[in-house]
Design a binder for this molecule. Structure first.
Ligand code: UD1
Length: 340
């Protein structure tokens, strides 16, 4: 198939474009080449912003499937970033979808994120499935990191979050990812085509950006260890995430372009083997033979406590199962080149 990968020069997009090419597809890339990312353009590369209607129209010529990764990611610096997040992620998606409708390109794979869920799913021993209230400053400052039941205050137990969980964005980035999914759904409901949204959990691997306000925790720890410093683990280190290797994420995209859902369908893309941030730090420190992690008790406003994914739907409907486990992945990541 002929596939356009937007954002195909970024961290995840580079791996996705490479895997699609290796699977025998005819791949073209559209990417704005933010100063952070970038290799030399080749003939299948269009340097353009996804908000540029003419460039998008030209890039869509003859395309069967669009794999949409062009986006601003991460927590950002502060609210001054807000217009740029909404511009790149939501206006960009709108321009792309309108272009696809004009060009008759009817299939889309959207890079979404587990951030759409906000806090993951929880269970109260007295009240059953329960959505925690946002954590408050006083509790965090006192070292009370686990969210409590809004009805009785009991400590909640995290459970696997599946794709039918409510969308509760807790950051600007998360809000733009929810909006992307909603725009894509509206495009599909209007009869323009079908779409798969891949909700990535915490992706890491070669080519990850170095330590910036837009980087994930694995890159921050990797940069610290490379400089001989201990990873600084926030809260008590027991917060859980699902760290998924970028080669598995690329494989999920290869499977997703082969699936034509009935309208819009979202999938968790996760390893299915959650780890605490403390355990991830320890695995990476061991792999790099560096100083042991330090648990600081610091916390960040807006951070969620646990997000643990159910990988069941992606296994059943995409045939996706992650191959790379945490220790093996961290050994690979320990020596991988990062993006400066
Ligand atoms: C991350 C990404 C988000 C992406 C999602 C799914 C960032 C900033 N966040 O969300 O964009 O959509 O994964 O792939 O890229 N922590 C430390 N020490 C540090 C920094 C962070 O202990 O120096 C902790 C945080 O407090 C948090 C955990 O590590 O508990 C994960 O943080 P982070 O990687 O920033 O992001 P997520 O919120 O999981």
């Amino acid at each position: 198939m002929r596939i356009l990968v937007t954002g195909g020069a970024g961290f995840i997009g580079t791996h996705v474009a490479g895997a699609l090419h290796d699977a025998g597809h005819d791949v073209t890339v559209l990417d704005v080449l933010h100063p952070a990312a970038h290799s030399s353009p080749d003939p299948t590369f269009a340097r353009a912003d996804v908000r540029d209607r003419d460039a998008v129209d030209a890039a869509l010529d003859g395309v069967d499937v669009v794999v949409h990764h062009a986006a601003m990611v991460g927590m950002g610096v502060d609210l001054a970033d807000l217009p740029e997040y909404v511009g790149c992620n939501d206006l960009g998606t709108a321009v792309l979808l309108a272009g696809m409708a004009r060009a008759g390109v009817r299939r889309l794979v959207l890079a979404s994120s587990m951030v759409v869920y906000g806090e993951g799913a929880y269970q109260c021993s007295a009240h059953g499935p329960t959505a925690p209230a946002p954590r408050v400053e006083g509790d965090l400052a006192a070292g009370r990191f686990e969210p409590g039941c809004p009805s009785c205050g009991r400590r909640l137990e995290p459970v696997d979050v599946d794709e039918d969980a409510p969308l509760r964005p807790r950051s600007v980035y998360a809000a733009t990812k929810v909006a992307q999914e909603h725009l894509v759904q509206a495009w599909s409901i209007a009869g323009a085509g079908t779409a798969v949204a891949l909700r990535y959990h915490n992706v890491y691997g070669p080519g990850m950006p170095r330590d910036t306000p837009y980087s994930g925790v694995a890159a921050i720890f990797r940069s610290a260890l490379a400089a001989g410093r201990a990873p600084r683990v926030f809260e008590d280190g027991a917060q859980r995430r699902d760290f998924v290797h970028v080669s598995d994420v690329a494989a999920a995209n290869v499977l997703a372009v082969g699936v034509v859902p009935d309208g819009f369908r979202a999938f968790n893309v996760a390893s299915g083997r959650p780890a605490t941030v403390g355990a991830m730090a320890a695995a990476l420190a061991a792999a790099m033979d560096g100083p042991a992690p330090v648990v600081t008790g610091d916390y960040r406003a807006g951070d969620v406590r646990h997000v643990v994914a159910s990988p069941a739907r992606a296994a059943a409907e995409l045939g996706f199962t992650a191959r790379v486990g945490l220790d093996e992945g961290m050994r690979d990541f320990a020596t991988a080149a990062l993006r400066s």
